[in-house]
Design a protein around this ligand. Structure first.
Ligand SMILES: [Zn+2]
Length: 305
């Protein structure tokens, strides 16, 4: 099973960078998200593929046409928060307010409930167990925020690496973690690694996995975007490596594989055989309760069904 997803935000929505951090400064920057998203939608139409678009509430407010175009084309609209703040830097109350604001804006635009969420920077970590509970209470049914190893802005070491359940005091949440290649333990199906590695290598690594979660941003393919001032050489490399050839590489991937959006992935998985992640007794750390032995086979079967 291969899931296609995008985080719909602009070129200046990068994390932990003081010159672009203040939401009040964002209206001063040139907006490129509308054209970037339209280009992605055109490619998906050419290749008859469906995706989930995790949209920033702030972008939806400024460019409602972007969200309407995504919805009109039959793709899923999920939320990527309102103001792109990292979950582990927010209080539970601030997180819930930001989440509710983004859901309200997106619901108003599409007339549909918003049931899928991805945190900015995959920033739900083992230190923010309350976030899952907040998501369930806000009506979110599916989360895609876990990055199951160390990461610059987040990461949840020891988290499950396949779709499964997360237990919260308010009920269960379906989780679609970011997928890591079992060869390199890297997220080759998204972001910087996708732009850095050659298509052949990425496709070979993707074919090995029963579960692939992709993630892209419009800026991954936007060679005309301004350069963000003040980035370190490493962050410059991570932000801009491979951008000029990124869109052609993305289209090669669409030609090579069939993808589904999160909604369809939920339908295809046999959830009775999925693993469950929950806090340990005594609330120290987390544990993943494995699925039945044939769960992995079930995922494979579902991927071909
Ligand atoms: Zn983001």
């Amino acid at each position: 099973m291969r899931v296609l997803s995008f985080d719909i935000e602009d070129w200046f929505h990068i994390l932990e960078h003081e010159p672009t951090a203040d939401v009040r400064a964002w209206p001063r920057f040139e907006s490129r998200v509308r054209r970037g998203t339209e280009r992605i939608l055109e490619a998906l139409a050419r290749h008859d593929q469906r995706a989930t678009f995790f949209c920033l509430g702030w972008v939806a407010e400024r460019c409602p046409a972007v969200v309407r175009a995504i919805d009109d084309a039959g793709h899923e609209v999920g939320t990527h928060s309102y103001a792109h703040e990292m979950v582990h830097q927010l209080t539970p109350a601030a997180f819930e307010a930001d989440l509710a604001r983004s859901i309200g804006i997106l619901c108003d635009l599409t007339g549909k409930p918003v049931t899928s969420y991805r945190a900015p920077g995959f920033s739900i970590t083992s230190r923010t167990p309350w976030a899952f509970d907040s998501l369930v209470r806000a009506g979110i049914e599916t989360d895609a925020s876990l990055f199951p190893t160390w990461r610059m802005h987040g990461g949840f070491r020891g988290a499950m690496r396949r779709p499964g359940w997360i237990e919260t005091p308010s009920g269960r949440l379906r989780e679609f973690p970011m997928s890591l290649s079992s060869v390199a333990d890297l997220p080759v199906a998204g972001g910087g690694y996708f732009r850095l590695f050659p298509s052949r290598l990425i496709h070979t690594l993707m074919r090995r996995e029963p579960y692939v979660m992709t993630y892209f941003h419009p800026r991954d393919f936007d060679a005309g975007q301004p350069t963000i001032p003040g980035l370190s050489p490493l962050r410059c490399l991570r932000s801009y490596v491979g951008v000029p050839g990124g869109f052609a590489k993305f289209e090669r991937m669409l030609r090579a594989f069939d993808f589904v959006d999160v909604r369809e992935a939920v339908r295809r998985i046999d959830w009775s055989r999925a693993p469950t992640m929950r806090r340990r007794a005594g609330r120290i750390g987390w544990e993943v309760i494995p699925a039945s032995p044939d769960a992995r086979r079930g995922l494979r079967l579902a991927a071909t069904g």
